[in-house]
Every structure is written in C-alpha cells, then in structure tokens.
Design a protein around this ligand. Structure first.
Ligand code: FE2
Length: 387
C-alpha cells in the first residue's frame, strides 16, 4: 500500500491556515477513500478546485456485457484492435461484470484531463511509454509497469514512446490494494511480500499548471460527463497523504518458487472488490526431480479467469493459437489446462527457468462479453485442447 509522502509546499500542521506566495489563503482539498475512514491526500490549490463554469454530457457508455452462453472458453487477440486515439476515448472493453471492466487500448495521442468517479483504474503497460500527469505530480511510465490511479484523481496520459502505448486497463468498482497478507498491521510490506515499498514509483511534482477554462472528463457508471472549470486543476503547490497514484514494474515482482507446484495465490499482486490480480514472471520452475513438469488441468469452480499473455513463449499453451498480446477467458465450469503441444517438451523442463510474463485476473462473479470483443475473438479456441 502506498505509504505517507509529502511534496511541494505544505503547512507544518494539518488543516491549518496555509497562505501561498502572494499571502492569499490556499484552497485545501481532501480526497479520501472509504468515507473519512481510510487513506487520504490533502492538497493545496492556488484557486478553488470546485469552480465549474459549464457541464455537458460527453459520452454515454453503459457497457452491457452479454452472458457467456453457451459456456465457452474464449481467446481474443488484442493486436487486431485498431490503433489510434487516447487512453480514455480509445479504450475498448473486452470482458467484464459489475465489479470490473477489462479493456485494452492502443493510444498514440495525449488524453484529455480525466478522472474515474466509479473506482480505481489499474493499467498494465504492454508496449510504449508515457508520462502520467496527475493533480499530485507526474510518473514516467514504461513497458511492464502496473499503474494504479485512485478513484477521483484527475490525470492525463501523454504517450512518449516511439510506438503507441498499448495497455490492459482494469476499470474497478472500488479500490486496488495490496493483498492484506503482504502487509504488517500498520501497513508496511512484510518481508515475505513479493514486492516492497522500494519498488513503487511515486508521483514527482506537484506539476504546477495554471490556466483558465479547462475541460475535465469524469467517468460515472453511465458514461462520461464534461466539466469545464474556471481554473486548471493542476494548480497544486503541495500535498501530503497516502492516497496517490503509483507504479510497480512487473520485473520488480520477486516470484515465490518451490520444489513442487505452488498455487496461483503466491503470484498475487493486487486485490480489488470481486477480483484478484496475479502475474507469472520469469522464474525457476518446480525443481524437485519428481515434480510434475506441466501444470495441472483445473476447474475454477468459484471464479472466471482471464490471462493476458505479455512476453515469452507460452509453453503450456503450445498449439493453441495464443500469442503475444492474446487474452484468454477460462470461465467457471470449464475444465482447462496444458494444451497438447505442451506434453512433448514437458519432461525436459523440470528445474529449468521459464521466461514467460503474463497477467491474470480472477473474478468471483461471471465475466460477460463486450460486443466489440467479437471482432477480435478466435472462434476455434474451444477445440484447441482436442489437438
Ligand atoms: Fe487456469
């Protein structure tokens, strides 16, 4: 969990009078999670952050996710999505439910100023680079970064790489947090946690921007509303607290390995309402000479599972059509496991390394299908285990 930080010009005492350079009182704004009972940040604006001069509906996007019926495993190839646009307007829903919408975006333009009023957003950056500019400062984002943007934090994405910013986007219905078992009672990452405070990239800044008549898009469950503010929201001279965006690179996740199979919870990175996020990273495979070299067939009786195949060659999926950038959906009720091609080379893998990188989301309620996903679905996937 992010730990306390402060940036810029802040007062000695919380909620005390805090004048700016011109002697005028700065406008304090609190953004707190879970009512007034959890993490918060307190920032100091030069001008009122609430001075709205115009409001307009911008886009109605109530994504209806169709039930996965008949019950099928699904495979989507994100490289078939169109490239262009920005991380807000060009994100495409693939699957989702009331807890999470899983989207993919291939953006080549800066996004508008934006905030999500429904839940935190979690990005996994697959390709490209970007500068994430937020009301609390900037984060330089590179491929392999998870980026957690808390609900209600105004921000924009500016692609900076030589290729488009390709990212998996989870729109959550609540907060993204570290698994509780990774944390001490007071919130420090424990020694057995696979990542640690030192691994988190935190915002640098604040990014002082002044300006007038600035549009901000706000996402609610019904779509996007455009607010026009009298002053730029990034006019923050200082802030402090524990509620801020941060990034964690997947290469900084230290995998937990064993002599025999370790189940997926050892690979968990985050939790959010109704779901968990795990990842598979380069690591030693099970090293006891008697270890089963191939993953078990399994049936996720209480969850739907999606896997985003990020890097490497996906040994257990050999012959399935899965490639870099694919997303598989294995729903509850569907027995699945290694594809036939995996059995040929399996035994030689005991004690070896794997270089695969993948991100997995398990949801506790069924995932439905976005209409737009049909265009990138590989329909023959259901037969891929039959060889
Ligand atoms: Fe699975």
């Amino acid at each position: 969990m992010p730990y306390f930080m402060q940036a810029g010009h802040v007062p000695r005492k919380r909620f005390s009078q805090h004048p700016g350079d011109d002697g005028k009182l700065l406008a304090a704004e609190v953004i707190g999670a879970d009512g007034f009972s959890s993490d918060m940040c307190l920032m100091y604006h030069r001008q009122s952050p609430a001075a709205i001069v115009a409001v307009a509906p911008f886009e109605s996007r109530q994504v209806a996710f169709a039930a996965n019926e008949p019950l099928l495993p699904r495979l989507f190839n994100t490289d078939q999505l169109a490239t262009g646009g920005d991380t807000v307007g060009a994100r495409r829903p693939i699957v989702g439910n009331a807890d999470v919408a899983v989207c993919f975006v291939q953006a080549d333009a800066p996004s508008p100023l934006y905030r999500n009023a429904t839940g935190d957003e979690l990005f996994y950056v697959h390709d490209g680079a970007a500068r994430l500019e937020t009301v609390l400062g900037t984060i330089d984002v590179v491929a392999g970064d998870y980026v957690v943007i808390p609900k209600a934090i105004t921000h924009r994405w500016v692609p900076t790489g030589s290729v488009p910013l390709r990212a998996l986007v989870f729109e959550m219905s609540g907060h993204v947090r570290a698994p509780k078992r990774y944390l001490s009672p007071t919130g420090q990452y424990l020694q057995e946690s696979p990542y640690f405070e030192l691994d988190l990239k935190r915002p640098e800044g604040p990014l002082l921007v002044d300006g007038e008549g600035v549009d901000v898009l706000v996402r609610t469950r019904g779509g996007l509303t455009r607010y026009t503010y009298r002053r730029h929201p990034f006019d923050v001279v200082g802030w402090f607290g524990c509620n801020y965006p941060y990034a964690l690179n997947i290469a900084d996740f230290s995998p937990i390995t064993g002599s025999f199979h370790r189940p997926p919870p050892v690979h968990q990175v985050f939790e959010a309402p109704g779901c968990v996020v795990c990842n598979f990273v380069p690591r030693m495979l099970d090293y006891d000479p008697r270890a089963m070299p191939i993953p078990s067939f399994h049936s996720n009786v209480d969850s739907d599972e999606i896997i985003f195949y990020a890097e490497g060659n996906f040994f257990s999926r050999k012959g399935s059509g899965i490639r870099r950038g694919s997303i598989s959906l294995h729903p509850a009720g569907h027995i699945h496991g290694p594809h036939p091609g995996a059995w040929e080379t399996g035994p030689s893998r005991v004690g070896q390394r794997t270089e695969e990188v993948a991100v997995m989301l398990d949801t506790f309620r069924p995932l439905g299908l976005a209409a737009e996903a049909a265009a990138i679905e590989q329909r023959e996937y259901i037969h891929s285990w039959a060889g």
